[in-house]
Design a protein around this ligand. Structure first.
Ligand SMILES: [Zn+2]
Length: 450
């Protein structure tokens, strides 16, 4: 059978399988050099290089994230130091732009194939602050692709997401003659801590998207009992702050009345954040994760800082939690004669996949990829927080369809743990899944879900 006689879905399966070795190598390369939010310079430069080589229209730097819309940034010095390290670790210099060195990471690849709808796919690319297991029972260590950036680790699978995105880009380019419309591959920085999506949405990249799909690797053996779970719902909306309390220093023995303790203000804030009344309409969460302050036992401390977050089951509930948290911190500062400054470290919204769209995807996967099984719960519940919600909500507000899938695979250890690793067969499966979805949405005479 030659290429023309073979169905497009068969070609997609063949191309994805031909890429299997390359996809595993890419994943391991990203795993070896993990980069946290806004440091994804090596990762972005490699992605930009590959997409450019394939013939994509490539956006990088300030073309991806709107200036002024990024939150949770490292210092300029930290970024400068890492840019040097990224080069030393093999970032292609011609694609490591000045913008990237300033922390404008993330890449968008666009493939225009004439008239038709716009399909947006999202792949997050950042790593976690985690010390990777360096024992021989951990495969990345035993096989030599463990993190060389000590203290950073791909412990959530975003190295795999990046590799799936690149493989999908290759397959779609090979079948471009079959497509009628536009594909946008969004390689998003800073998903951890919900930092990156906001700046991409603010730039307007989701405004013209008609169909939007993302995925996350998920463990087999749990509620996801297939290879693909085509939709998820209910991620908690979240809001995170670094809160700085400023007081007045004084000698604690000599002139205590002249001091204003920032630690006391912070302590009052911690207790009262925990006392925010629960909401009758849904889930709420609050946590103060770190606290620090002061300089010495006999000095009234003029500086204290907490890192806190609130979450809520709906956008209304997160507005309530966010408002209460701000009120409590300001009031605690005022109560103790201090001031307080709240620096946002990221937000996410709650999210719903479109049921007609995820059911359509289930049908496409069953038809075109019969070797993959759809999970019995097709629209599964999420408990984490995910800033893909911001992208989905923007698409849905404009009348588009969106879903956030799960790509199910065996895992060596839970996500966000030091011994996390996954079965790389999910890379080829993910590429197949994204490619058939795009093909069926943009083919001639599609049976689209709207
Ligand atoms: Zn993740």
């Amino acid at each position: 059978m030659n290429e023309n006689e073979m169905s497009v879905s068969r070609r997609i399966i063949q191309y994805a399988n031909e890429l299997d070795g390359v996809s595993r190598e890419r994943r391991r390369d990203f795993h070896r050099y993990p980069e946290m939010a806004w440091y994804e310079m090596r990762t972005s430069a490699i992605i930009a290089g590959i997409l450019t080589g394939l013939g994509y229209e490539v956006l990088t730097g300030r073309q991806v994230c709107l200036e002024g819309a990024r939150v949770g940034l490292p210092t300029e010095e930290q970024l400068r130091e890492h840019a040097q390290r990224a080069l030393e670790q093999g970032a292609p210099a011609e694609f490591l732009t000045e913008d990237m060195k300033e922390g404008y990471t993330g890449v968008i690849g666009i493939l225009r194939c004439g008239e038709g709808p716009v399909v947006g796919l999202r792949f997050d690319i950042d790593a976690l602050g985690l010390m990777e297991d360096e024992t021989l029972k951990h495969r990345p260590y035993a096989e030599g692709f463990y993190s060389r950036n000590s203290g950073w680790m791909h412990g959530c699978g975003h190295d795999g997401h990046a590799a799936i995105g690149l493989g999908t880009a290759e397959v779609l380019m090979k079948i471009r003659d079959e497509l009628h419309g536009t594909v946008k591959l969004i390689f998003q920085p800073g998903e951890e801590g919900a930092k990156g999506a906001r700046a991409i949405v603010a730039h307007g990249h989701l405004d013209d998207v008609d169909y939007f799909v993302g995925t996350h690797v998920a463990p087999s053996g749990g509620p996801d009992d297939g290879d693909v779970t085509p939709g998820t719902w209910g991620s908690l909306a979240s809001s995170r702050y670094d809160v700085y309390f400023h007081g007045q220093t004084a000698h604690a023995g000599g002139f205590p009345e002249k001091g204003r303790s920032a630690i006391v203000a912070a302590a009052n804030a911690v207790l009262n954040l925990t006392a925010i009344p629960r909401h009758s309409e849904g889930i709420t969460r609050v946590n103060v994760g770190t606290i620090r302050g002061g300089t010495g036992r006999n000095v009234i401390p003029d500086e204290a800082m907490i890192q806190m977050e609130v979450r809520g089951g709906t956008t209304d509930i997160i507005r309530y939690m966010d408002g209460e948290a701000r009120r409590v911190c300001q009031a605690a500062a005022q109560l103790n004669g201090c001031t307080c400054e709240m620096v946002s470290q990221g937000t996410s919204e709650s999210q719903e996949s479109d049921v007609d769209f995820l059911e359509w995807i289930a049908g496409i996967v069953e038809k075109d990829l019969p070797h993959l099984r759809i999970s019995s719960v097709r629209n599964a519940q999420n408990w984490g927080s995910e800033d893909i919600s911001l992208m989905m909500n923007r698409v849905q507000e404009n009348g588009g369809k969106a879903t956030y899938m799960r790509s199910v695979t065996a895992m060596a250890s839970a996500q966000h743990t030091t011994a996390f690793d996954f079965d790389e067969k999910v890379l080829t499966e993910g590429i197949e899944t994204f490619s058939v979805i795009v093909y069926e949405l943009l083919r001639e005479q599609p049976g689209r879900p709207i």
